[in-house]
Design a protein around this ligand. Sequence first.
Ligand SMILES: [Zn+2]
Length: 423
Amino acid sequence: MRISDREKLQLARMKAILKRAYQKVPYYKKRFDAAGVRPSDIRRLEDIKNLPFTTKTDLREGYPFGLFAVPRREIVEVHTSSGTTGKPTVSGYTRRDIELWGEVVARALTMCGATKESVIQNGYGYGLFTGGLGVHYGAQRIGATVIPISAGQTKRHLDIMQDFGSTILTCTPSYALYLTEAAEEAGINVKKLKLKAGCFGAEMWTDRMREEIEKRFHLIALNIYGLTEIIGPGVAQECEQKNGLHIFEDHFYPEVVAPETLEPLPDGEKGELVLTTLTRDGMPMIRFRTRDITTLRREPCKCGRTLVRMDRITGRTDDMLKIRGVLIFPYQIEKALLEIKGVEPHYQIIVTRPRHLDEIEVQVETSKKIFSDEIRHLEEIRKKIEKHIETAIGLRVKVTLVEPRTLPRSEGKAKRVIDKRQL
Ligand SMILES: [Zn+2]
């Protein structure tokens, strides 16, 4: 779609959803009134900056159904986000929302090369988590064959992958990596697998991790993005150019704001992603603060899509670690350590505070070859990693090398940080 045409469509949709949110959801009416704005004040897309944000806390206060814009009987499905602290946030879908969800995930899977001929092995968890059913609806919308295997059951995954000739794998990147190891261990000839592409998301990962998965499984690994509060997976998807994720902005209007001041930032600057749903029926989200750190880019993409791109997520404003007063993201450590040869993409960051001073320990797995080398050589590598991380984050860390396959593997999202500080 031409950008000018899309902007017209976005504006019409934005005006309509703001009006509906104001009329149907008391929470929005109260917030808009308190900020002294009316939906009719929004005349251009940029005017959205005058509206108040919506946060996870607002959703929790309205728990469970307080932000629904339709009577509960119109809701045909609910999902919740994994609430690690307090109540989870609830998302309600009408029949039209489920159709929309299928549509946007179908677009995403198509960008990974999915067609009616594809066999999609869906390793995202089915349940209240949106990953499993989101991919399921998208695959069915395309008419592909979907295998709802869900997360876990590694042996079964490998059997089915071989027996059913799966062409597309969908799961978290850390689980994909785990599957490659398990396949290797089971002596499976990965070259005989039919896998062509992987659609991986629901957690942060690096390009180095992508290379590892691609090399070990002989497929193209692409990044999918989404969140329960907005719809689930299918908010944005990387194309084969691998230069950022195209946001389906005819349905989800993106902004990036400075995390401290919450002022809108121009394209190309890094900040917190804020999303407004333009077409959600059951639960419109107006300026939802995702907490995800990214950058928007509007330079044309070689794939021909005119949709804005966002960089892969490089952190969360609520995952920021404050170490001796310095703000760091776990991603920075991951990136630095994976730049070193012989280091496996399995690591854990442990933060402690002995004697009132924060200390970071990074436990890193090395390859079998390196670990069987002489002790002296190991010590050299250890020091090299310490130095490399220190240069990257500006803080001294303690690195411990651990034997291959000793750190816990996850079947869902990997837990990278263990904060043992008593704050
Ligand atoms: Zn593209």
